[in-house]
Design a protein around this ligand. Structure first.
Ligand code: ACO
Length: 446
């Protein structure tokens, strides 16, 4: 099949949010730390009515409805997440409740788990399925979803929650470039969740930022080589970050994304040190890819300054949901992809290429790209992200803290009736009705 890619996207975020400037005040940190220092404006929050199953049900059901997909026409469904509420029963099996009524049980795929990266792995699996001898002509759907919550402390303002469903198949308007996926994985303890009774990770925050940037170096430089070989105009001249029309990143916080984009240009400079374009910043060449290069604030600032105009044009538009919802772990990078397609016109997108960087702690990272070959009007029509974000309810920082406490205290109970208010949930949102005496979870739809 030709032009295998993205046929549709659906994005769900919580209906409640807290304002980051108010949170700065509430937490007693200096004004600007979360909003400027981390680049975060608002943060989405879930009460005890939502879990990984409910947000995944919501996003898949809405995708099927908005795109008029007959459940029988789906042959592959996989969930990429880092959230575990049941150690053996996959979220995918819960989602089968949306397909059983149609009589369709012949749906390949199951859950893929890793911090922030599971969704990307599932997208690769879905593309591989469509490209393979197992493909039977039907659609693939990937769900990338998580509720991101941190214990009290410096990481807490980088929480959030979201779910993205990605419809994949041939003859798509947004096509995955073949032969360019570049991956870098290694064994690190930067962020992990060893306490199975808690939603909160154990995180070495500053170390995880460096791990993210190191993987940018590894993945992007490999991507540049693969891409140049396969699609480059001149096989002897490596492509540069500027050759990508848009760049989308996993966004733990928006400031880190800006640093990552600067770091791509730094890699470009290291490959082409004589180029006059780099004259204003050539003093930083001395760092190379040394250990020091990851900690030198002058280098970081210089690269952010050097790429500022491109960043504003090619990266910032995809971060609108991230700055207003926060980190969504596996859903983060796909929420950025969704935002780009929700808010950008055909004129700006047609024949353009988008580089995508996905990072998951532990660690697993990839850089790959898509090309827009057709109209994405349907994406704009169905996603409406900016508009939907204005329809949320703002809660005060104290209420935000109370909701997280409620989740902490009740998240693993049996025989539990959730108490969260469902009145502000958009129509079509699934929510937890009850956890029965055998821990079985029951859901209703608003
Ligand atoms: N005005 C403007 N900027 C400010 C202000 C202020 N008043 N105060 C601080 N800042 C800046 C700092 O200079 C810093 O920016 P810089 O790194 O560009 O120099 C930034 O705000 C953050 O301040 P720190 O003091 O570094 O913050 P802290 O150490 O308290 O926490 C951290 C930051 C470690 C990133 C924390 O939020 C965290 O642990 N997050 C979770 C881990 C994470 O997301 N990792 C990323 C990859 S892994 C993943 O996706 C989960």
């Amino acid at each position: 099949p030709a032009n295998i890619g993205i046929l549709g996207l659906e994005y769900y975020f919580p209906s409640k949010f807290v304002d980051q400037a108010e949170l700065e005040q509430f937490d007693g940190v200096s004004a600007g730390k979360y909003t400027i220092g981390l680049g975060q404006t608002q943060m989405g929050v879930c009460d005890d009515r939502e879990d990984i199953n409910s947000i995944s049900l919501t996003v898949v059901k809405n995708l099927l409805e908005k795109h008029n997909i007959d459940p029988k026409d789906v042959g592959f469904l996989e969930v990429g997440t880092e959230t575990i509420i049941d150690k053996s029963k996959a979220v995918k099996t819960v989602l089968m409740s949306l397909f059983e009524e149609s009589g369709n049980h012949d749906v390949e795929g199951i859950d893929t788990k890793n911090a922030c990266y599971g969704g990307t792995a599932s997208v690769f699996h879905a593309v591989n399925w469509v490209e393979s001898s197992s493909w039977d002509g039907r659609y693939a759907i990937v769900v990338s979803a998580d509720i991101a919550a941190y214990a009290e402390g410096p990481a807490r303002p980088t929480g959030g929650a979201g779910a993205v469903a990605i419809l994949i198949g041939p003859n798509a308007p947004v096509v995955f470039d073949q032969g360019v996926r570049s991956t870098h994985m290694n064994h690190l303890w930067d962020f992990y969740k060893p306490e199975l009774g808690s939603e909160y990770p154990t995180v070495d925050g500053h170390f995880s930022n460096t791990c993210y940037i190191r993987s940018v170096d590894a993945c992007y430089s490999l991507f540049a080589k693969k891409f140049t070989k396969r699609y480059g105009a001149n096989p002897d001249k490596l492509i540069k970050s500027q050759d990508l029309d848009h760049c989308v990143f996993h966004a733990p916080n928006c400031k880190l994304v800006q640093k990552a984009y600067g770091r791509m240009a730094y890699n470009d400079m290291l490959q082409d040190p004589e180029n006059e374009d780099y004259a204003p910043i050539k003093e930083y060449l001395k760092f190379g890819l040394s250990e020091e290069s990851y900690y030198d604030k002058g280098l970081e600032r210089a690269m952010m300054q050097f790429t500022k105009a491109d960043y504003q044009k090619k990266v910032l538009p995809s971060l609108y949901a991230s700055t207003n919802v926060g980190n969504m772990y596996t859903a983060s990078v796909w929420a950025c992809v969704s935002t780009l397609f929700s808010e950008t016109s055909d004129e700006e997108l047609l024949n353009k290429r988008v580089g995508i960087y996905s990072y998951g702690s532990g660690s697993a990272a990839s850089f790959f790209s898509v090309k827009v070959v057709g109209s994405t009007e349907k994406f704009r029509e169905t996603l409406q992200i900016k508009k939907r974000l204005t329809e949320r309810t703002k809660i005060a920082p104290q209420e935000f803290v109370n909701l997280l406490k409620l989740r902490e205290e009740t998240g693993h109970l049996k025989n539990y009736n959730p108490v969260g208010d469902v009145s502000d949930m958009p129509k079509g949102t699934y929510y937890l009705e009850r956890v029965d005496e055998k821990f079985r979870r029951h859901y209703l739809r608003a």
